[in-house]
Write a protein that binds this ligand. Structure first.
Ligand SMILES: [Zn+2]
Length: 280
């Protein structure tokens, strides 16, 4: 392939940020912190290995995902509990915040809603930053392990990928058929997973998660949420997923309710204000 004479000059053009996020609404972290101090646990669910479980969080409550017995990655889906068509939009959350999420950043919902569904209020792996491979924790760049890609690459029929785990859990929670539930399963927040893109080929990579028992990621629910969390069959994702080979551990989800009056000034966000006319 022949390069143009000005190839180096074209490459040398400095990038600009696609979505400068300094005009995003600033989450009231101080209000959340004050409310969290008063919060008491109202429910919990232990997500079994190579399986998923659903949980419900009311707007104004907190939920925490914890590593409990060993290093384990979790694949998280969230929906508006009152309307499953509003769901987490991984791609737009990535465009707004970057490839990995941490404290102060948000899980945004799909069109035409595009509003914060949850705000991350605590991340015990926040110290990790970006490693020398370009890896970081809690990504919104992967999708979820699924039986279709497994079949495409190795003709496997494996049933306990995160996609299938989330599908079974949502069907059991809502009464939807497996086929109907599957349509609602979407790209995840990869909780505790350590990932990046290789420098040379730009391929998606994973490496052993730095998570240890006691670590957690905590969220404030901005709207009523239905969540589903899968304990990935990849375990800590140090070697492979989409099989029963990796050591796997459960994940704990706990929901906390703040004392009344501690969220003064906070209001559940409205749906996006675009008028929806699309030029017509
Ligand atoms: Zn998985």
């Amino acid at each position: 392939m022949i390069e143009p004479k000005d190839a180096d000059a074209r490459r040398a053009v400095a990038p600009v940020i696609c979505y400068p996020n300094d005009t995003l609404p600033v989450p009231p972290m101080d209000t959340y912190a004050t409310a969290r101090e008063t919060a008491i646990k109202v429910s919990e669910v232990l997500v079994p290995v190579r399986d998923a479980a659903c949980f419900r969080v009311k707007a104004g409550q907190f939920f925490r995902i914890s590593s409990v017995q060993g290093p384990q990655v979790g694949d998280l889906n969230i929906w508006n509990a009152n309307d499953l068509s509003e769901r987490f939009y991984s791609g737009k959350s990535r465009a707004l915040h970057g490839t990995h999420l941490t404290t102060g950043q948000r899980m945004w919902s799909s069109f035409p809603y595009l509003r914060p569904m949850a705000t991350i209020t605590a991340d015990t792996l926040g110290w990790y930053g970006k490693d020398s491979f370009g890896g970081s924790v809690h990504d919104v760049i992967g999708t979820r392990c699924d039986p279709y890609t497994g079949n495409l690459l190795s003709e496997a029929q494996y049933h306990y990928c995160c996609h299938s785990n989330l599908t079974r859990a949502l069907a059991a929670e809502t009464g939807l058929s497996l086929r109907d539930a599957e349509r609602h399963v979407h790209d995840v927040l990869n909780v505790f997973m350590c990932t990046g893109f290789t420098m040379d080929t730009g391929q998606y990579f994973m490496k052993a998660s730095p998570v240890r028992p006691g670590d957690y990621l905590e969220f404030f629910a901005e709207i009523d949420l239905l969540g589903a969390l899968s304990a990935c069959p990849g375990g800590d994702c140090s070697s492979e997923h989409s099989s029963d080979t990796a050591a796997c551990y459960p994940l704990l989800v706990e929901v906390f309710e703040p004392a009344e009056g501690t969220l003064a000034g906070w209001a559940s966000p409205d749906v996006n204000a675009y008028d929806g006319s699309h030029g017509l």
